[in-house]
Design a protein around this ligand. Structure first.
Ligand SMILES: [Zn+2]
Length: 276
């Protein structure tokens, strides 16, 4: 059951579209010709020199404040005007809210697991998960996690954040962001959590158990919508973001298991600019 309402964050007429998302392998090449974000299958490994140029991380000289200068194709990370993540001021957002329809069609599906060097990601094997936003259908491509959360509510982080990355037939991206707080064990993720690869993986690990993503969404599906970007290089804009207001829970152990692999993999919040 889902509530079909979601709160549309009115961003004046400025909307360029919005997202954080790790670069997906299926993303059109023109948006990220040299990204190494998902060093997946080895057929992608070409010129070593290019890969070195595009190496990025979450701290030090290749950290978020330097991303825009690491490679020409990352310029949006520093020049972009609608970047993600953002701090969401709950009172302000609710004052300007508008109910918008989002239709989520998730059902149990198979996934493969990869540690891409920046996060743990589950890639969709089936094509039976999709959302419909403003009448347009977006297929789920992958989902992954950040710690602490990338989006903030009233200046505060949550322990983690889940990003469900979707793409429409034209390659446009829509990302659902779900905050994760410490609490009960998340049973839907428990089987996969037992297999998290500690080191970067060369090949996807096939997960035996299907995952029902419906069980990873909060009961109250009120959400904030805004236009942003990928939260990883190349920080491509025109990503539609849907951020659920209600967090879901993971146990302290589940959070710790992730943080032992990635202690911190979040981009700081970005200026709202004209979206404010
Ligand atoms: Zn992400």
């Amino acid at each position: 059951m889902m509530k079909r309402k979601s709160i549309y964050l009115l961003v004046a007429a400025c909307l360029a579209l919005a997202a954080c998302a790790e670069q997906t392998e299926t993303e059109p090449a023109e948006t990220a010709p040299t990204t190494t974000d998902s060093p997946g299958p080895s057929e992608e490994s070409q010129e070593e020199s290019t890969e070195e140029l595009t190496e990025w991380s979450y701290d030090g000289e290749s950290g978020p404040e330097h991303w825009g200068h690491l490679h020409a194709s990352y310029s949006a990370c520093v020049d972009g005007s609608e970047q993600s993540p953002i701090n969401i001021d709950l009172a302000e957002m609710e004052a300007s809210q508008q109910i918008e329809e989002i239709n989520i069609q998730y059902e149990p599906a198979s996934f493969s697991l990869v540690n891409n060097g920046h996060t743990i990601q589950k890639n969709a094997v089936d094509e039976n998960n999709a959302i419909t936003l403003d009448g347009q259908e977006y297929q789920l491509v992958q989902f992954h996690f950040h710690t602490p959360s990338e989006h903030q509510f009233n200046g505060e982080h949550f322990d983690m954040e889940l990003h469900l990355v979707h793409q429409d037939i034209n390659g446009n991206l829509a990302v659902l962001g779900v905050m994760i707080e410490e609490g009960a064990e998340n049973e839907e993720l428990a089987p996969a959590w037992g297999e998290l690869p500690e080191e970067e993986t060369e090949n996807d690990i096939t997960l035996e158990e299907p995952i029902n993503l419906q069980n990873l969404l909060p009961e109250d599906q009120s959400s904030f919508h805004y236009n942003g970007s990928l939260t990883t290089p190349p920080c491509t804009e025109e990503v539609k973001w849907i951020v659920f207001k209600e967090p879901i829970q993971k146990s302290a152990v589940q959070i710790q298991v992730f943080q032992e692999i990635y202690e911190e993999n979040h981009r700081p919040v970005q200026p709202l600019n004209e979206r404010g």
